[in-house]
Design a protein around this ligand. Structure first.
Ligand SMILES: [Ca+2]
Ligand SMILES: [Ca+2]
Ligand SMILES: [Ca+2]
Length: 458
């Protein structure tokens, strides 16, 4: 019942589009396609066939994703010959976005079908074998005019059961973000998507799993669960399969307005045959546990195959020196926490993050109350000093980590520093002071607790 509003919206879009798509065939060639559309397809014959078929057209390239041309060729049925999709609008009928599918018959291209699109622009095109028969389905996401968050996903099957191939539309679903993955670990690929919808005048986010029935070739929603209802935008969907015997976990960072963010965690509960959301308060539909100020997204920060969720806390005695700021700012430590399937904390560690320079300092438990970090962003430098939590006094400097250009490596004072990491454009160095050495800080300590971060984050 919850999907009625969204489906009604889709139906409305479809009707609007269908109402204006009369076709005139075979226009003179000189009137054809003048759009300076960026496509790199070199098969002139396909273009000629398309022009001859459709007449005066504006090509529409997908705005996002792997395929960015209005002409997309792909061997959908795996017979060794590529089929072609062409996205376009008739010049005479600019409201009607269309998708034409062509196949190769001997040396000629032949139209398989010409279909109405479901939106005002093609957002992305993808191919995925949802049936597990070795042939891909066609996934097209359409931008919808007037919708800030949602798009429309249509899935098509290239059906060769009859005398002539045809294109079957398997579903039309509202979608905000999606991923194609084997969510229930049964060897078959599903569509996992999140959709932001207005339900009974209230915004809500819903996660769904769409699965293709291998016998009937119907695509249906096999699981649906509400998420935090108060989300303004989603980040990329990230998945993690930490071991063969644990379910695939799906992490999605979500923004709540301009200042706060959360991380949603979902996984397939094989016993209950449903999606679980262990971090969500099911009654209030809020994800308080991961609520934080906007900062780092969730990521596998320590490269152990498990995604960690960050949270921030102000460090007593810490400070940040930033370009353009008259006064020092507080310094925030980041705690990275991995969670169990029941939502409880598995492991966590506290870090001083310097991701612009690709490293972080893991703060050992024993030192947590005894040091204060000064991050000087103007100098690409982190100073770690002794700190007295009772008096709030900062004491002697213990060690410094600095990132410089590689040629500075040979000059004072850096030539006496320990090199921690080096890339083509920068080198990160550390120096332990006399006071640091007096409390037994050494190079082994630096190597153990200062980690190079190689990931790109999400
Ligand atoms: Ca083919
Ligand atoms: Ca599956
Ligand atoms: Ca990790």
């Amino acid at each position: 019942m919850r999907r009625v509003a969204a489906l009604a919206l889709c139906a409305f879009i479809l009707l609007t589009l269908l109402s204006g798509c009369g076709f005139r065939l075979l226009r003179p060639i000189e009137e054809l396609m003048r759009a300076p559309a960026p496509f790199d397809f070199d098969d002139e014959h396909l273009q000629e066939t398309f022009r001859a078929y459709v007449g005066d057209a504006v090509l529409k390239s997908p705005l996002s994703g792997k395929y960015r041309s209005a002409f997309i060729t792909y061997d959908i049925n795996h017979d060794g010959t590529k089929e072609a999709l062409v996205f376009f609008e008739k010049k005479t009928d600019r409201a009607a976005l269309r998708m034409a599918v062509f196949r190769r018959v001997e040396d000629a291209w032949e139209l398989v079908e010409d279909l109405s699109g479901s939106g005002s622009d093609v957002y992305a095109v993808d191919f995925a074998d949802l049936s597990g028969d070795g042939r891909e389905e066609i996934l097209v996401t359409w931008n919808v005019l007037d919708s800030r968050t949602n798009r429309v996903l249509t899935v098509y099957r290239y059906d060769e059961a009859g005398e002539r191939p045809k294109i079957n539309s398997l579903c039309i679903e509202p979608v905000t973000v999606m991923d194609v993955t084997d969510i229930d670990n049964d060897g078959q690929t599903e569509i996992f998507l999140i959709s932001q919808e207005l339900l009974e005048e209230r915004p809500q986010s819903v996660a769904r799993v769409l699965k293709l029935n291998r016998e009937t070739y119907t695509l249906s929603c096999v699981a649906e669960t509400p998420l935090d209802a108060d989300v303004s935008a989603y980040g990329k969907i990230k998945t993690e399969k930490a071991a063969a015997d644990v379910p695939l976990r799906v992490y999605v960072d979500a923004y709540k307005g301009d200042t706060q963010m959360i991380t949603e965690l979902l996984y397939w509960d094989a016993k209950a045959q449903k999606l679980n959301t262990p971090l969500l308060d099911p009654l209030r539909l809020t994800n308080i546990k991961t609520l934080r100020g906007i900062g780092y997204p969730s990521m596998d920060i320590n490269n152990d195959g498990v995604i960690e969720i960050p949270s921030l806390s102000e460090m007593p005695g810490g400070r940040t020196i930033r370009e353009g700021e008259a006064r020092d700012l507080p310094y925030y430590l980041t705690r990275w926490t991995s969670v169990r399937l029941d939502g409880s904390d598995a492991e966590s560690f506290l870090c001083a993050m310097v991701l612009p320079d690709s490293y972080y300092f893991v703060i050992p438990e024993g030192l947590r109350e005894l040091i204060a970090v000064t991050s000087d962003e103007t100098q690409r430098l982190m100073r770690v000093r002794a700190y007295d939590a009772d008096s709030g006094e900062r004491g002697d400097e213990l060690f410094t980590v600095v990132t410089v250009a590689p040629d500075a490596l040979w000059s004072e004072p850096y030539n006496s520093y320990k090199v921690l990491f080096q890339t083509e454009s920068a080198v990160t160095l550390a120096n332990i002071t006399k006071a640091g050495k007096e409390i037994n800080l050494d190079e082994a300590f630096l190597t153990e607790y200062i980690k190079h971060y190689e990931g790109v984050g999400g």
